[in-house]
Design a protein around this ligand. Structure first.
Ligand code: NAD
Length: 457
């Protein structure tokens, strides 16, 4: 990408925004319909690109990318008119007669950064929000998922308004160039490290920012309260760990907390499920995504190579560098100060940490950065309440994993180090809108006597 293109592209988008065309309901709906058509027409291309970049199986690709986008676009298409209408705001009687309203307005020119793990849905889902709110947009795909990046760059201009929506591809040099510009909003999905860079750059222009970051998402297993459903729990833990992108997801379970006397049962159940899902030779399974690249393969291998961590492996642990394959791996009580327990894992390794009493899980989680989501398997209502009131996280899911991500009526986002802001459904619309306060006052009852207003000549 010619770096001058960044300046030129932004100038076009600013000019388009100033014409007001992206504010109309008709434009928003046309673009959302075009986006749906883009995805429907190119389903096979999307599957191909996702397989090339991440080895994603088409079923996984449909569930986590194509399906998510279609559902989200359809949801917005059906509600955008209602969302964009001003809503009434009550005014104190003191100012009677007057009335107030809250009027959503688009920010203007927005920048969307995409991570590589869901390279299609994490580009198009925020784009749906930005379009619904009436903005012009630059999408910056992840250079690491190169085939998906090229797909977006080649296909978006064929379907969407090229004067209002552009894709700019490139690596860190392009990202840095983009961050030097003045934006009306930046929406970033990625790591905490780059999130800090984005927030620092945005501070220069006081640009509003949404940061969809990651971190370590714990799963609490209150086995005592669910012993009869342990098989279901093990299946859901496995699904939430290795299902989406082989653990390379911001909301993958990072580690499990369980009481001492249930750990063996859990490990046995997970072993059985892993065999059932991926066969005796997971390396040959077509249902398991691959590690995205050599850097991440090396990072994950390094996490396991610490001798104390290696000693804690109770299942799996094999790797194949050539195929960028790492086996679903269970670790029992790796040292809490090892990198695997201090950094986000973002891969198929699952530490199981045992506690004397499951109540200790609350203190364990509270002593660490706030997670993007806490998963808790429990039937104990008092314990549920305790988790909700004594811990802080982007979200909490009881007795399942991941499914909150596709619930349009629930806000998705982190808190503290796991993120800033939220999106999905109406929350996406709000994330890309400024809510303007409007107050209409009358002159009555303070009208001056008419003769006083007349010029005195
Ligand atoms: P990343 O931070 O490396 O990259 C994200 C984006 O930032 C990419 O578009 C990349 O091109 C750009 N970028 C990279 N280096 C940059 C720099 N120096 N300056 C400016 N921009 C730069 O993240 P990633 O490796 O693509 O994704 C993995 C991370 O994203 C994990 O931490 C994961 O938890 C998080 N994530 C969060 C969510 C969420 O919705 N909360 C979703 C997916 C991934």
């Amino acid at each position: 990408m010619d770096l001058n293109m960044v300046d030129k592209s932004i100038a076009v988008l600013r000019e388009t925004f100033s014409t007001g065309k992206t504010r109309s309901l008709a434009w928003r709906k046309t673009q959302l319909r075009a986006l749906i058509k883009l995805v429907r027409d190119n389903e096979e291309e999307i599957f191909k690109a996702l397989h090339q970049d991440l080895g994603k199986h088409p079923v996984e690709a449909y569930r986590d990318e194509v399906g998510v986008v279609l559902k989200s676009a359809d949801y917005s298409l059906n509600r955008v008119q209602k969302w964009m209408a001003p809503r009434k705001g009550d005014i104190p009687l003191l100012f009677f007669p007057a009335n107030g309203e809250v009027m959503p307005e688009p920010f203007g020119v927005v920048l969307i950064f995409v991570s590589w793990n869901f390279p299609i849905s994490l580009a198009l889902d925020p784009l749906i929000g930005a379009i619904s709110a009436g903005n012009t947009v630059i999408v910056k795909p992840s250079e690491i998922a190169q085939n998906c990046s090229s797909f977006l760059a080649n296909t978006i201009p064929k379907y969407l308004d090229t004067e209002a929506i552009k894709v700019i591809e490139g690596g860190v040099d392009v990202s840095e160039q983009l961050l030097q510009q003045k934006w009306d909003k930046i929406f970033f999905t990625g790591s905490q490290r780059v999130g800090r860079i984005v927030l620092t750059a945005a501070a220069k222009h006081l640009t509003p920012v949404t940061l969809e970051l990651g971190g370590k998402c714990p799963a609490i297993l209150d086995a005592k309260s669910i012993s009869s459903d342990m098989k279901v729990v093990a299946k859901r833990i496995a699904g939430g760990k290795w299902g989406p992108c082989c653990g390379q997801a911001c909301i993958s379970i990072d580690y499990v907390l369980v009481e001492d006397n249930y750990s063996e049962y859990l490990i046995d159940s997970l072993r059985r499920i892993i065999r059932k899902f991926y066969g005796e030779k997971p390396e040959e399974s077509i249902s398991l995504s691959r590690i995205v690249n050599r850097n991440n393969f090396d990072r994950l291998s390094r996490l396991m190579s610490d001798p104390l961590v290696a000693n804690s492996i109770v299942h799996g642990g094999s790797t194949n560098e050539e195929k960028l394959f790492i086996e679903p791996t269970l670790l029992l009580n790796p040292p809490l100060d090892s990198e695997i327990m201090t950094e986000e894992i973002f891969g198929p390794l699952l530490p199981i940490i045992t506690l004397k009493n499951i109540q200790e899980s609350i203190g364990f989680i509270k002593s660490r950065p706030k997670p993007l989501v806490i998963y808790a398997f429990t039937q104990n209502e008092t314990f549920k309440k305790q988790i909700l009131t004594e811990t802080s996280s982007g979200g909490v899911v009881f007795n399942d994993t991941m499914i909150h991500f596709i619930c349009d009526d629930l806000p998705f986002g982190g808190v503290g180090q796991s993120g800033l802001g939220r999106y999905h459904g109406k929350y996406s619309f709000e994330t890309f809108s400024h809510e303007k306060a409007v107050l209409h006052r009358r002159f009555f009852p303070e009208i001056e006597p008419r003769n006083k207003l007349e010029p005195s000549f």
